[in-house]
Every structure is written in structure tokens, then in C-alpha cells.
Design a protein around this ligand. Structure first.
Ligand SMILES: [Zn+2]
Length: 69
């Protein structure tokens, strides 16, 4: 599959989360603090991984606030 080797993409993954105060501005669902991990991939092989924290909605998955280092 040489053709796809020009592909660069990013995956966002939620490592773990715990309930937080606040509600989602989009759907009114409950918010939680999550440890996020963003992996930048080239040819589906991660070559750059960044960990960060975010307040996310547990219902619709919206990122309400992020804490990038
Ligand atoms: Zn929501």
C-alpha cells in the first residue's frame, strides 16, 4: 500500500477521565476532566505524541476547555 504512505493524520485519544464541575455549552451534558493524547501519524505510524488535559463533555464529546502545556 505504497500509495497511502503520503498520508499524515492525527488521532485524538482519551486516556482516562473523571467527573468535573460544569456542563456542556452545546448539549448541557456533564463535563469531565480527561487526560488526552494526540498522536500525529505518518503512514499510520505515530511519530509525535503529545499528552494534554481537557475538559470534555461526556455526552457529545465536545472539548469545552483544553490545557496545553
Ligand atoms: Zn455536550
Amino acid at each position: 500500500m505504497v500509495f497511502f504512505c503520503f498520508l499524515v493524520d492525527q488521532t485524538k485519544e482519551m486516556q482516562k477521565s473523571k467527573p468535573a464541575a460544569g456542563t456542556c455549552s452545546r448539549c448541557g451534558g456533564g463535563a469531565s476532566v480527561a487526560d488526552m493524547k494526540t498522536a500525529t501519524r505518518f503512514c499510520y505510524v505515530p511519530f509525535y505524541v503529545k499528552s494534554w488535559k481537557a475538559i470534555v463533555c461526556t455526552f457529545c464529546g465536545a472539548t469545552l476547555r483544553s490545557y496545553h502545556d
